[in-house]
Design a protein. Structure first.
Length: 222
């Protein structure tokens, strides 16, 4: 019996002894040279984008409600003509959504150098169209100022400047995202370039749709 007990103690010490076992890979003792932890699932990034868009929607819906309520409060709401260039701007923004999808279609051909070049070319066109839209909006403001329509002229013009400026700020953020996708080193990223382009596309298409909604509101609500 004493021999059997001794054998069992030796077995326990060999399997669960303090410091005698192997250190798991990725531990702190290896100076960080172990394997990386589990990657964040790509769906988590999509969920984050969806939550951000939900917040933006709520924000603009609150402004829309204020727009409609303020219009019905008094007789100081004065309509003004929208500069024709605003329709050209809209076409530029809608075209940018189309070129973005053309760019994304090239990412489906991994390893194809021509496809990669096609992605960069069409993605660059999308960025350029976004910048053209922003420049066109500045031109719209300039034409309104030439007509004597300023931010403080009346509630109608105040809401026009406010809504277009806020949309423009979000679009500037979109351009920054597009530039990030274009020039990022995706070899060191936890997600693929295709996934990054997909996330950017969701935001960009959302901004295009939001602009169409705001333009309809501003035109019909004059």
């Amino acid at each position: 019996m004493p021999g059997a007990v001794t054998d069992e103690i030796e077995i326990l010490q060999a399997g669960h002894g303090g410091g005698g076992g192997d250190v798991p890979a990725g531990g702190d003792d290896d100076g960080g040279s172990g394997r990386r932890g589990p990657r964040v699932p790509e769906r988590a990034y999509y969920t984050g984008v969806q939550l951000a868009l939900a917040g933006i929607i709520m924000f603009f819906m609150a402004l829309t409600s204020s727009f409609l309520v303020r219009k019905g409060l008094g007789n100081d709401w004065i309509a003004f003509a929208l500069p024709p260039v605003i329709w050209v701007n809209t076409l530029m923004l809608l075209a940018s959504s189309a070129t973005l999808e053309i760019a994304r279609s090239n990412l489906r051909h991994e390893g194809d150098l021509d496809a990669i070049e096609g992605f960069r070319r069409w993605w660059g066109i999308t960025i350029a169209l976004g910048l053209v839209f922003l420049g066109g909006q500045l031109l719209v403001w300039r034409e309104l100022a030439a007509q004597g329509v300023f931010l403080s002229s009346n509630p109608s013009s105040s809401f026009f400047y406010l809504l277009t400026a806020l949309h423009g700020l979000h679009l500037i953020g979109g351009v920054i995202v597009l530039l990030y996708v274009r020039f990022k080193n995706w070899g060191r990223s936890p997600i693929s370039q295709s996934a990054g382009a997909g996330l950017a596309a969701i935001y960009w298409h959302f901004l295009s749709g939001l602009w169409v909604f705001l333009l309809a509101l501003l035109y019909l609500g004059r």
